[in-house]
Design a protein around this ligand. Structure first.
Ligand code: FAD
Length: 386
């Protein structure tokens, strides 16, 4: 009976096939199904994504959302440390939210299991296009669909700036006393040369911390270098509270901070594969949400799907200048983030990084930032050398 239903659905022509079942593919599919009711026949093709992942981002408190059950921390203030100085930004409108993305993915898979969606948990091998339809060949057979949205992990070119990080959860024997997340602590043992190095810390329980060593770099570093920076940071700040020796690796990843190369550039992309990663931060969740929102509108109005830019023109211009600075002056970036930390309030900082709030936060960020490296980089972009 199950095989019969399976074979029946393999011969069906779907309205939309979504490739890749990471956070973006799952959220897009669930929202398509709930917005279009039974009107759209949707297939989701990709292996079940069981990676541990913690995803954090800024959220405007007055706006609703649908990931409440996966949230495991939210804060209206956050800290930075640079050159021995601890700085706190306080927000009134925005909060910094951290979700357990593995829990989110599991919840979304469960919702799909009880929906009309055709869920094929297999790797896509090839996509070809005939005059009317797309044929999606996977490890488990071929699916035919009129339209496709591709959320598969893209290639990260060698010349792309990368954010590489390794995070561990640490149990302490006494309360750590941290009220806020530390978004960037630059006073640390270096993980890699020619890179921006910092430690990121989330207080996830009274005696529990999530500690992540991060680099922005064109090259990748070895895991041992990340562990050394984390161990040194813990020794420096919590040597008194003997650590239970149960640090376990919670995540290790490399994400793009520049242009990626999609597996199949001619397809409409979404999420990291669709360019949703913000070049100046590596944050991608909010950009993917914007793309999902626009693609839903296109799908429900039965339009031919088209690529959606995740960020505004002004944000893309700022990011192009940021990336240009990283090519020649990467060591100026701690100065930039230090200046932003000390001179911006939490809402402006959140707005600037999330590409929300219009020109105001952007202008205030430009006024706060060190000027010369950015003016020189903008000049190089305007008048490229031959
Ligand atoms: C460990 C980690 C932490 C992150 N933390 C943050 C954060 O704090 N804040 C933030 O904003 N962003 C963060 N990001 C970036 C981004 O928000 C997340 O990656 C988010 O999960 C977006 O996912 P995605 O679905 O667009 O891409 P991905 O997570 O890359 O998912 C792509 C999916 O495609 C699948 N796939 C690949 N090849 C194929 C194929 N041939 N056929 C079918 N399926 C395929 C993969 O299995 C995967 O499930 C993080 C990323 C990682 C990896």
């Amino acid at each position: 009976m199950r095989l019969k239903i399976y074979l029946l659905r393999m011969s069906e022509v779907f309205d939309i096939a979504i490739l890749g079942a990471g956070v973006t593919g799952l959220r897009l599919t669930n929202r398509l199904l709930s917005q279009a009711g039974g009107d759209l026949r949707v297939a989701l093709i990709g292996p079940v994504d069981a990676r541990q992942q913690r995803i954090s981002f800024w959220h405007e408190v007055s706006q609703g959302h649908d990931y409440q059950a996966a949230i495991d921390g939210r804060w209206s203030a956050w800290d930075f440390r640079h050159r021995g100085c601890m700085m706190t930004q306080q927000a009134r409108r925005c909060e910094y939210v951290s979700i357990d993305a593995l829990v989110l993915k599991q919840q979304l898979e469960m919702q799909l299991a009880s929906s009309q969606c055709y869920r094929l948990a297999a790797m896509v091998q090839q996509v070809s296009q005939s005059s009317l339809n797309f044929n999606i060949a996977s490890e488990a057979g071929t699916v035919v669909a009129r339209q496709v949205i591709d959320t598969r992990t893209p290639y990260i070119p060698d010349n792309c700036l990368k954010q590489q990080f390794l995070g561990v959860e640490v149990e302490l024997t006494s309360p750590h006393g941290l009220k806020n997340p530390i978004l960037m602590d630059f006073d640390i043992t270096m993980v890699a040369a020619d890179a921006v190095n910092f430690i990121y810390v989330l207080p996830i329980g009274e005696q529990r911390l999530f500690v992540e060593a991060t680099i922005f770099s064109y090259d990748v570093a070895a895991k041992t270098d990340f562990y050394r920076a984390i161990d040194d940071w813990l020794d420096q700040h919590f040597a008194e509270s003997i650590l239970r020796n149960d640090q376990h690796e919670a995540e290790f990843a490399t994400i793009p901070m520049g242009q990626v190369r999609p597996i199949e550039p001619s397809l409409v992309g979404c999420g990291v594969g669709g360019g949703a990663t913000r070049a100046s931060t590596g944050y991608a969740f909010k950009g993917a949400e914007r793309q999902i929102q626009q693609l839903l509108l296109q799908a429900v109005s039965e339009r031919r799907l088209q690529h959606v830019e995740a960020y505004s023109r002004r944000a893309r211009l700022m990011d192009a200048i940021f990336l240009e600075v990283t090519k020649t002056d990467i060591q100026v970036l701690p100065e930039l983030f230090g200046a932003m930390a000390s001179r911006l309030n939490g809402d402006d900082f959140a707005d600037f990084l999330s590409d929300s709030g219009g020109w105001g936060p952007l202008i205030r960020t430009i006024l706060a930032a060190p000027k010369w490296p950015f003016i020189k980089a903008a000049g190089r972009l305007l008048v490229p050398r031959r």
